[in-house]
Design a protein around this ligand. Structure first.
Ligand SMILES: *Cc1c(COP(=O)(O)O)cnc(C)c1O
Length: 346
C-alpha cells in the first residue's frame, strides 16, 4: 500500500497523531522546517510543527495549486548551512482536491544536494492515488485508516526510511507514546508495547484483502476515471473546479467553487435534507465558497452516477443555475470503454 519494503509503524491514533509522530521522531527544538501552504491540512501541520518547537518556513499559496518543485529547489539552494531539517508536503490536499508531485519535489531536494528529510502526508491518497514511498525517496509517509482504506477512524501510520530511522537516533523533541523505537522492537516479535487496536487491525486485514483482490493499479485507474467523470459533470454544469493546475487534480475528491452570490453550505444542506448525502464543506479560507465531492474508497460507477445526480438536483433545488447536461457528460465518461483490471489478472 505504501510502496515500501521498510517498516510501517501503526498507532491507535487519528491522522493528526501520525503527523505528530513523524515530527517528534525526526526533529529537534529549533530545527528549521520547510512547508507549503497548499490548503487547510498543510496549514494545520505547519501549526503543529511550530507548536512542537521547530521554526517553520511557510511558503504561501493560493490553495489552487500543489507544491512548486522550483520553490523547493530555490529555498533549499539558499540554505547553505543546511539548517532546514525537513520538507513537509501534503500529497493530496483534502481541503482543495489538489495533489503535489512528490517525485519532482524529491528531485528538487536532490538537485540542491540538500540533506533535508522529506515528510509526506499521504492520508487521502493512500490506496486511492498511485503512491510509492521507496521509489520516490520519501523519508516518512503519514497515513490513517478512515480515507481510502475504508475503515473507521483511529489507525495512524508512519512508513519510515532508513534515513529517517537514523535521524530518529539524533532527534531531541520529547517523545514517548509516539516513539518509533519501542514499537518497532516489539513488532519484531509480533507484539506491541501497549494494547494494540485489535478491532481495527482485523478491519485493516479485510480492507487490504479487498484492495488486493481488485489490484492496486486497478484501484488507482478506477479513482482516476471517477475523478474525470466528476470534473466532466462540474464543467458541464458550468461551474469551476477549484484546482487550477490541469496536472494536479486529485483522484480522491473534487472541490467545486461557487460564485459569490451562492452559499455552498446551503447547497450542502439541501443535498443532505433531500437525498441523505453528505458533501464536504469548504475549510478554512474557503468556507461557504465551495463544497467537496468525495469519490474515494468503496465506490463503483453507479454509486458515482447517483452521487453526481444528487449534487445536480441539490444545486438546482438551492437555486444555482446549472446546465443539466453536466450529469450526461459524466455518464459518458463512465460509459466509455475502459479496462480498470490489474495487468496480472487480465
Ligand atoms: C483527514 C486528513 C488529515 C487529518 O486526519 P485526522 O484523522 O482527522 O486527524 C490530515 N491530512 C489530510 C490530508 C487529511 O485528509
Amino acid at each position: 500500500m505504501f510502496g515500501t519494503g521498510g517498516p510501517v509503524v501503526v498507532y491507535p491514533s487519528s491522522g493528526t497523531g501520525a503527523w505528530e509522530a513523524a515530527l517528534v521522531n525526526t526533529l529537534s527544538p529549533g530545527d528549521r522546517v520547510l512547508a507549503f501552504e497548499t490548503g487547510h491540512f498543510a496549514t494545520l501541520w505547519r501549526e503543529m510543527a511550530e507548536g512542537l518547537g521547530p521554526v517553520v518556513d511557510f511558503v504561501s499559496g493560493d490553495w489552487r495549486r500543489g507544491v512548486d518543485p522550483a520553490a523547493v529547489a530555490e529555498r533549499l539552494g539558499a540554505d547553505e548551512e543546511h539548517a532546514i531539517a525537513a520538507v513537509l508536503v501534503v500529497h493530496d490536499e483534502t481541503s482543495t482536491g489538489v495533489t503535489s508531485r512528490v517525485p519532482e519535489i524529491r528531485a528538487a531536494i536532490d538537485e540542491a544536494e540538500h540533506p533535508a528529510l522529506l515528510l509526506v502526508d499521504a492520508i487521502s491518497s493512500l490506496a486511492s492515488i498511485d503512491y510509492r514511498h521507496d521509489e520516490w525517496g520519501v523519508d516518512v509517509t503519514v497515513g490513517c485508516s478512515q480515507k481510502g482504506l475504508m475503515l473507521p477512524p483511529d489507525l495512524g501510520f508512519n512508513a519510515v526510511s532508513e534515513k529517517a530511522l537514523a535521524a530518529a537516533d539524533r532527534a531531541r523533541l520529547p517523545r514517548s507514546y509516539w516513539d518509533w523505537a519501542p514499537i518497532l522492537k516489539a513488532n519484531e516479535r509480533g507484539y506491541y508495547p501497549y494494547t494494540p487496536p485489535t478491532n481495527l487491525l482485523h478491519g485493516l486485514r479485510e480492507a487490504l484483502l479487498l484492495l488486493e483482490a481488485e489490484g492496486l493499479p486497478a484501484v488507482f485507474a478506477r479513482h482516476d476515471r471517477h475523478a474525470e467523470a466528476t470534473r466532466a459533470a462540474v464543467r458541464g454544469w458550468g461551474l469551476e473546479v477549484l484546482c487550477a493546475d490541469e496536472h494536479a487534480h486529485s483522484s480522491s475528491l473534487t472541490a467545486v467553487l461557487l460564485t459569490d452570490d451562492h452559499d455552498a453550505d446551503a447547497v450542502r444542506r439541501t443535498v443532505l435534507d433531500r437525498f441523505d448525502m453528505s458533501l464536504g464543506t469548504g475549510l478554512g479560507r474557503l468556507a461557504r465558497r465551495m463544497f467537496r465531492i468525495g469519490h474515494l474508497g468503496d465506490l463503483n460507477d453507479l454509486t458515482l452516477a447517483g452521487t453526481l445526480a444528487g449534487v445536480q438536483m441539490g444545486l438546482q433545488l438551492a437555486g444555482v443555475a446549472v446546465d443539466p447536461t453536466g450529469l450526461q457528460a459524466a455518464l459518458e465518461v463512465l460509459r466509455a470503454p475502459h479496462d480498470d483490471r490489474d495487468e496480472e489478472s487480465r
